[in-house]
Design a protein around this ligand. Structure first.
Ligand code: SAH
Ligand code: SF4
Ligand code: F3S
Length: 371
């Protein structure tokens, strides 16, 4: 097994999916092949998520299964992505079969780190938070040849009180509009038909030096005729506007679907979450969306946030009933160390979180089946 082969297991959101894909591209350009399972790989990365404890538990359990591969000719095993940043050195202390810990903003350096581990038997921990090198996106390798996901920004500066993302992905950093468009064009030349623009909150994209905000960037990209379908994720209600809806309606190649997480229908809880809007603001936005775009919506909801009482929960239920989302992701609140919300007592027992979760899942299942 002297050949250069790589296997990446990915947990988490579309950001991680895209990061793993770009990383595979970097290694393929350096003469690697993709292994179909970890047993056949000389380099294994586990790209991790810390958004809820459950996501971390799954990654840790997967890492545990890799221990048995650590025999007389051990592969290079690295933990990368959000949990690598969040837990850092502790992971290597707990799991000596790991050689690399690498935060999301340092992924471009992994080929060089793997060489160091192979040649010198060292362990590498890089949990820095820096602007990513543009070269990270230079490979045009795609897992789905028709669909490219293009990162427009990394990190997030919104600091919703429950959320770990700003701590693991860093503050909001923008790619230059020209670089984004060049990447889109490279994909189109290779025959890609569908483009998804990625950012934790795409509407935070305001490139001041060139006076370009997200809506303008979207228009520029949608004007490229060869693109058959374009969508984007995620939109935060506090800075999503009818201006965006007008552009969505105007360009036939923009998908008439919007992912618009509302998290909670209770104004008191929304305030504790630091979301920056009320239930009424949200419902008015939805009304505009349906009027202008005539499309569909999806959302994210958290149940069991600290202090969430029955009447708060009913407000959330009310939003699901009123808006009629095409689909909704419903999560049980999971306290994340160091976030603002972690200072509040996690006072809703798991059995109650479970109960509320089930009620909303069933409700949404009925709604989805009618749409
Ligand atoms: N940037 C996106 C997605 C962030 S993470 C956004 O702002 O919508 C995806 C979803 O995970 C969030 O929308 C939220 O519903 C959920 N989530 C985040 N932190 C959580 C936590 N601590 N417990 C439970 N769910 C959480
Ligand atoms: Fe997390 Fe809020 Fe940023 Fe989304 S907008 S990534 S929920 S802090
Ligand atoms: Fe995504 Fe999870 Fe990181 S949701 S940004 S992979 S913490």
């Amino acid at each position: 097994m002297e050949y250069k082969s790589i296997y990446i297991k990915t947990f988490g959101c579309q950001m991680n999916d895209r990061d793993s894909e770009a990383l595979l591209g970097l290694f393929l350009d350096r003469g690697y092949i993709i292994a179909t399972n970890p047993q056949e790989a000389r380099v294994i990365f586990v790209n991790t998520c810390s958004v809820r404890k459950h996501a971390e538990d799954r990654a840790i359990s997967f890492l545990g299964t890799l221990k048995k591969l650590y025999n007389e000719k051990p592969p290079v095993i690295g933990v990368i992505g959000c949990m690598a940043k969040y837990q850092g050195r502790r992971l290597i202390e707990k799991m000596p079969h790991l050689s690399i810990i690498c935060s999301p903003s340092r992924l471009y350096h992994l080929p060089e780190y793997v060489e160091k581990v192979k040649n010198f038997g060292v362990k590498i921990i890089d949990t820095d938070d820096t602007q990513r090198e543009e070269a990270f996106y230079e490979s045009s390798f795609l897992l789905d040849k028709d669909h490219a996901q293009v990162v427009i920004s990394t990190g997030c500066s919104n600091y919703c009180s429950y959320c770990v993302v700003p701590y693991v992905r860093g503050n909001l950093r923008l790619r230059k509009p020209q670089k984004i468009i060049e990447e889109v064009k490279r994909f189109i030349e290779r025959g890609v038909k569908k483009i998804t623009l990625l950012g934790q909150n795409v509407n935070d994209y305001v490139y001041k030096e060139e006076n370009i905000d997200f809506v303008q960037l979207l228009e520029k990209i949608a004007s490229i005729k060869e693109i058959k379908e374009i969508d984007f994720i995620t939109s935060h209600p506090k800075n999503t506007s009818p201006r965006l809806f007008k552009v969505m309606a105007e360009y036939p190649n923009i998908k008439k679907h919007l992912h618009l997480p509302f998290q909670s229908g209770s104004d008191r809880i929304l305030k504790l979450m630091n979301r920056g809007y009320t239930q009424k603001d949200y419902l008015l936005l939805v009304e505009d969306f349906y009027k202008i775009v005539e499309g569909s919506l999806s959302t994210d909801v958290i149940v069991g946030f600290p202090t969430e009482r029955k009447k708060d929960f009913l407000k959330t239920k009310e939003v699901l009933e009123k808006v009629k989302f095409k689909y909704a992701y419903i999560f049980k609140y999971s306290p994340r160390p160091n976030t603002e919300a972690a200072k509040l007592t996690d006072d809703i027992p798991n059995s109650e979180k479970e109960r509320r979760h089930k009620i909303l899942l069933n409700l949404q299942k009925n709604i989805s089946s009618l749409i």
